[in-house]
Design a protein around this ligand. Structure first.
Ligand SMILES: *Cc1c(COP(=O)(O)O)cnc(C)c1O
Length: 500
């Protein structure tokens, strides 16, 4: 186990190996007719240094280890900006349907009609709920969608002969991937500050736009969990300067079914299938993105695109003004399949309910907690709220990190902390739409207890967690120099033994 972490070595000690103990023992075969000729240099010369355990010990060990993890299936996961919502289990089964999962990417269009129809239809539904004219499901993730969208903008201005448009305006409340995307494509980023309400400052925006502006890139809702009230005026100002407006819609679960971005002047937008449409964010599996555009920009979309001709679905690659290919084959089809099932399951009408519940849950937490955890914007929020530790806590040097760690003792995954960067000691909470009032009340109760502790007995918060096997990690070392190999008492790792 990693030496980077401190652990209690009690009941769940990792070192269980006892010389000579084992699970099953095979009988030696005394049958001369069976002879296997293994070349000498492939024969092991020394015994492998593996842990020696009974089967029961091994099974119990791993089962206990698995229970130490926090997961969506076991704990409330209020990670802001990540939308760890409930993702119906049935969609996991659907994504493994053989006809989809075993399809060869090079098979003829005629043999892939089901997959092509599913992708085609998913594009159409997403276009409708976004108010966009065309969509591609090619991007592999949110940031990859941004990259694709910005390439489309670049191609558009090149065709228009406006190569002087080299700037992307990014408010300071944008997700960090937005300016990173702009820089990766060689644009200069122009940062504009938010006002005290967490909204874009219109005067600052007017001063920033010019004939050099290619794109105004907005995260909606922004990372403060706020919707821009002046969105129509904002997109008007950008358009008047000849720029395009890009919307980072990664957190579209706050808006879907309520508003259509195409109706308030968005030219390009992306969605995160993981986060909004039934694929968990994180956990190592693939995600998927989608890019929607208005008619004006459709010709620049990446290929292949799926078209319907005479009731047959076809893959088309012949788009002379396209930015080209951005992903192999058809994108992450399994993820889109889950999204498609989710869209059909809810219907366009009910998607609005999902968004409303996400907003209600976040505002419930905000209202209940803002007295003891002052909010950056305490009016109301969208799907997430940004809180901070109160003076009673900061006076005792209790920090956001300590609160996050103490929540683990109370059985809650920590919220997102220290993000967005523009809020000092930010605690960013996104309850998602599927959490019950009972769960939210337990979370509120834990936050209230932590507040009292921080005020009266701060040491207990500052040294948390106390109930987990892992205390405070050296997080940088754990990420940069992970050491997850089992080593025997001699310090030999099982996998690095020489075989010859
Ligand atoms: C998560 C997120 C992204 C990045 O998405 P990835 O799939 O992780 O690349 C971009 N913008 C916002 C607002 C996000 O929440």
């Amino acid at each position: 186990m990693s030496q980077n972490i401190m652990r209690d070595d009690s009941a769940l000690s990792i070192e269980k190996s006892i010389e000579g103990r084992r699970a099953i023992r095979f009988n030696k075969i005394n049958d001369d007719s069976i002879s296997i000729d293994i070349p000498d240099n492939f024969l092991r010369k020394t015994k492998p240094h593996l842990p020696q355990l009974s089967e029961l010990d091994a099974v119990r060990h791993f089962t206990k280890l698995s229970r130490r993890s926090f997961s969506l299936d076991t704990h409330f996961y209020p990670l802001g900006s990540c939308t760890m919502k409930y993702n119906p289990k049935i969609n996991e089964d659907i994504s493994m349907f053989e006809g989809f999962a075993n399809l060869h990417p090079f098979c003829a269009d005629s043999s892939a009609q089901g997959t092509l129809e599913m992708l085609y239809d998913a594009e159409k539904i997403l276009c409708e709920i976004c108010g966009m004219d065309a969509m591609t499901l090619q991007p592999a993730a949110g940031a990859h969608s941004e990259f694709t969208g910005a390439l489309i903008a670049k191609a558009y201005f090149e065709k228009k002969g406006e190569k002087q448009r080299t700037e992307i305006i990014v408010p300071d409340s944008a997700h960090g991937t937005n300016p990173a995307t702009a820089v990766m494509l060689g644009f200069n980023t122009v940062n504009i500050k938010s006002n005290a309400d967490g909204q874009i400052d219109l005067a600052a925006l007017k001063a920033a736009v010019s004939d050099k502006t290619a794109v105004l890139m907005l995260t909606v809702p922004n990372t403060l969990g706020i919707f821009e009230f002046e969105i129509e005026e904002i997109t008007r100002i950008a358009h008047e300067a000849g720029a395009l407006v890009y919307m980072d819609g990664a957190n579209f679960n706050a808006l879907m079914g309520i508003i259509k971005p195409g109706n308030f002047g968005i030219d390009i937008m992306h969605l995160n299938m993981h986060k909004t449409f039934s694929t968990p964010h994180g956990g190592g599996g693939p995600g998927a993105g989608a890019i929607g555009v208005t008619k004006l920009l459709e010709e620049f979309l990446p290929y292949p695109r799926i078209v319907k001709e005479n009731d047959e679905f076809k893959i088309k690659e012949d788009y002379p003004n396209s930015i080209g290919k951005i992903k192999a084959y058809f994108g992450n089809v399994g993820v889109h399949l889950k999204a498609y099932a989710y869209l059909l399951m809810h219907s366009k009408e009910n998607l609005g309910e999902v968004a409303k519940n996400a907003i209600i849950n976040a505002n419930y937490l905000l209202k209940k907690l803002k007295k003891i955890y002052p909010a950056y914007c305490d009016d109301y929020c969208m799907h997430e709220c940004v809180l901070t530790p109160a003076k009673d806590l900061t006076a005792n040097k209790v920090k956001t990190l300590d609160i996050g760690k103490r929540l683990l003792d109370y059985g809650f995954h920590a919220p997102t902390v220290y993000f967005p960067l523009i809020v000092h000691e930010a605690i960013m909470i996104e309850p998602t739409e599927t959490e019950s009032k009972e769960t939210l009340d337990l979370f509120i109760e834990a936050m209230e207890k932590i507040f009292e502790e921080g005020k009266n007995n701060p040491q207990i918060v500052k040294t948390a967690p106390h109930t987990l096997c892992v205390k405070r990690l050296d997080e940088v070392a754990a990420a940069r120099k992970p050491n997850v190999k089992w080593k025997n008492q001699l310090g030999n790792s099982a996998v690095s033994q020489k075989l010859m």
